[in-house]
Design a protein around this ligand. Sequence first.
Ligand SMILES: Cc1cc2nc3c(=O)[nH]c(=O)nc-3n(C[C@H](O)[C@H](O)[C@H](O)COP(=O)(O)OP(=O)(O)OC[C@H]3O[C@@H](n4cnc5c(N)ncnc54)[C@H](O)[C@@H]3O)c2cc1C
Length: 321
Amino acid sequence: MDYDVIISGGGPVGLMLACELRLHDVRVAVLERLTDIDQTVKAGSVNTPTAEAFYRRGLLPVLEEAQAETMKAFQAFMAQRGGAAPAGQPKMSAFAGHFAGLWLLTDLVDESDPDFADRGPAARLSGIRQQDIERVLGERAAELGADVLRGVELTGFEPSADGVVVRAGEREFRCGWLVGCDGGRSTVRRLAGFDFPGTPPQITGHQAVVTMEGDEGLGTGWTHTATGTYANGPTPGRILTVEFDGPPEDRTTPVTAEELQASLRAVSGVDVTVTGVKTATRFTDNARQATTYRLGRVLLAGDAAHVHSPFGGQGLNLGIG
Ligand SMILES: Cc1cc2nc3c(=O)[nH]c(=O)nc-3n(C[C@H](O)[C@H](O)[C@H](O)COP(=O)(O)OP(=O)(O)OC[C@H]3O[C@@H](n4cnc5c(N)ncnc54)[C@H](O)[C@@H]3O)c2cc1C
């Protein structure tokens, strides 16, 4: 055996799993097809159970440093926008979190309630970018002795009674167990034949970092309109739109400036021009869950096992848990 466990996918869940396995002296490799961390904006915060999981593993200080950098960018953006809140919405400074876009305000949090009090040091961590989590977990996994192999894509595997032969192009690895942490479109899930039932998408969402002109009329933070919901900020150029009248026509082609501009104009009613796209993604409320997380020596975790709307910020948090 080359490894006890091979993990396909070096996103947050695969890397967290690698760290946990190394703490039990399990020989582990992570195969990640990308050569660098994906800079597409995804999760931007963690909930308290996730912060507690990082705290238990001694990761709080390094994640807090990254959070401080992100907060500086938030504050610079808010200062530039004059701290303006969209009509009918509270200022960002009163923002304590959200569930499905519904704001929780700081003055509604009763710190004397045992559910909110005594959260300990983990309470300090919330506004952390997914990319920073992946960087920190990747470094920790390597320090703990996991082989994190970037630019290596799992292309096939053959399970047997006592192990799995994993193929990555021309390369072959022998391991005891294979875990698919390779995201919502998991290759492991597909090749192993896991059932993945659920409900099809009904909405079209976009999240991007862009350069734009004519954006002075956009609200800051989350704005609900008759044609959808959009968010502007809390870092320069970050936009999010949600249209509730059907799924995207095409979920595979790259997102263009024209597509983002059309969506932003349709939802905000503001004549914005998107002049450049740094990163962009489409998302939906496609909701599916594998009927089992294990078939013999092949297991699933994270988005490979369950996908749903990103509203409510549960995907990464659920996977880490
Ligand atoms: C717009 C948007 C906003 C979101 N906001 C939030 C939020 O606020 N809070 C929250 O908790 N979650 C949020 N999520 C969800 C969160 O991003 C995911 O739940 C999380 O990334 C899942 O982690 P994962 O490690 O399971 O999968 P992924 O992050 O998808 O990682 C999978 C990895 O596997 C790699 N891979 C794929 N196929 C192969 C292969 N064959 N071989 C090798 N490597 C492979 C990929 O390159 C990738 O790095 C959001 C998602 C989106 C799209």
